[in-house]
Design a protein around this ligand. Structure first.
Ligand code: NAP
Length: 413
């Protein structure tokens, strides 16, 4: 196989597709610590199918999903793809990209070579009967997360996406800024706007866990743009101040409380009394941060096991706890007494559909949502950066790495 000959930070002539490329590759036998799981290899450039677009990746966003892919938890994405017929024994992850359209399949009509784009992470079978029947594509049996469940993600010089995933890159952003927020932003958009009956409304109170993290930064801004009052939950005052700069009216420092995880059994009256006391104190801290005695209409969840009992407890009657992850664990206990008598909704949410992603991207293009780029790394650092993400050591906001862009600061029009 001939090498692309183009190092990281350099592009071939526009539209010239090499046979091979440099990629950060995960293999099953290396899975574990992301620092070892990722390694730089030369692999073939993927070939677009009729509805696909080949993108020269300028910058790639870092997301938690490739911490999971590198660890092989809770699934080995390579083995699952192999079972489904993909012969490749490696994973090229990366679910956020900014880049340039380099080649298109023959059914592609909306984009052409040279267009500057970002990519959303919702993928599904284009002829899936569930979707053709008018259902939400992200609930279809064929739905997947691009650059996690699928191969050919953005941690490579070239990446493959389906045309419907592409969106125009915001002109005022650099490559690394544009690559940073789409996965978390579109996920947050679906969580806040996607669940009829409990979509975010002007004047609502929204509680956002991990307010200074990837999802949190986007949720704070999206809820604020919709007219809601946001209280963020964080682990330090510094992070709380950062959330206030993004629009949160206040924050709660979760390290002042200790009732996290699975609560005592309901028959353990003493344990329950203690747990409820601490959960009430947390609810009071939310009121104080808000400046009024109102409970959250929406609780924006992703930590999971540690926090769900509290989220359900503090949520307003008829309100919604909406969750897209279980970062701290999956055994989330719900005290059904609060759930049914107060008619709260516990809603799972995953990925994005096209409409939600396009609506989010418009807000970014209009400058209403900031990507909150906290760090720009080098392509070689992808394993290290995922390790730091796993350790909770990345700076507030989102992180991206340069791929085709030679230096930070380029790409703004
Ligand atoms: P992130 O940038 O690392 O932020 C996570 C935040 O969670 C941290 O800032 C941390 O803030 C907070 N946190 C950590 N441990 C906590 C605990 N024990 N209790 C409460 N809060 C805790 O990650 P992210 O990008 O926001 O992603 C978060 C999760 O969502 C990941 O598991 C990711 O895979 C998932 N996700 C799912 C989807 C989907 O489509 N389903 C999309 C995006 C992300 P403090 O320490 O300041 O509290």
């Amino acid at each position: 196989m001939s090498d692309s000959g183009t190092p990281i930070g350099v592009l071939p002539d526009l539209g010239v597709v090499p046979e091979s490329m440099i990629a950060q590759v995960v293999r099953s036998e290396r899975m574990g610590d992301p620092r070892e799981a990722f390694a730089i290899e030369t692999i073939p450039v993927p070939v677009p199918g009729p509805n696909d677009v080949l993108i020269a990746v300028m910058a790639a966003g870092i997301n938690y999903n490739n911490v999971w892919a590198a660890k092989g938890l809770p699934i080995d994405v390579i083995k699952i793809r192999q079972k489904a017929g993909d012969p490749r024994d490696y994973h090229v992850g990366g679910s956020d990209a900014s880049g340039i359209v380099w080649a298109t399949g023959d059914q592609v009509t909306r984009f052409s070579v040279g267009d500057e784009v970002v990519v959303h992470h919702g993928v599904w079978g284009l002829t899936d009967p569930w979707i053709e029947a008018g259902n939400d594509p992200m609930t279809a049996p064929t739905s997947q997360i691009w650059g996690y469940q699928t191969n050919d993600g953005s941690f490579a010089q070239f990446s493959l996406a389906s045309e419907h995933q592409l969106m125009p890159k915001a002109r005022h952003l650099t490559w690394e800024e544009a690559a940073a927020p789409t996965l978390v932003g579109t996920t947050a958009y679906r969580m806040l706007h996607g669940w009829q009956g409990n979509t975010v409304r002007d004047g609502d109170v929204v509680l956002v866990w991990g307010g200074s993290g990837g999802l949190g930064t986007q949720a704070i801004q999206l809820a604020t743009v919709a007219g809601a009052k946001v209280v963020a939950v964080v682990s330090s005052d510094e992070r709380g101040d950062y959330c206030k700069q993004l629009g949160a009216v206040g924050y709660v420092n979760r390290t002042l409380f200790s009732h996290w995880g699975v609560p005592p059994h309901w028959a353990d009256s003493e344990g329950q009394r203690e747990w409820t006391g601490s959960a009430r104190a947390f609810g009071k801290a939310v009121w104080e941060a808000l400046g009024e005695r109102r409970n959250p209409n929406i609780v924006f969840e992703h930590p999971g096991e540690d926090t769900i009992p509290t989220s359900v407890f503090v949520c307003e009657n008829g309100g919604m706890v909406v969750i897209c992850a279980g970062t701290t664990g999956y055994t989330a206990v719900v005290d059904l007494r609060y759930h049914w008598t107060r008619q709260k909704r516990l809603q799972g949410s995953h990925g994005t559909n096209d409409q939600q992603a396009y609506a989010y991207n418009e807000l970014v293009a209009e400058g209403k949502i900031d990507p909150c780029l906290g760090r720009v790394g080098r392509f070689e650092e992808i394993g290290q950066i995922h390790h730091e993400m796993d350790e909770g050591k990345l700076p507030s906001g989102n992180t991206s790495v340069l791929v085709g862009a030679p230096t930070p600061g380029l790409g703004r029009k």
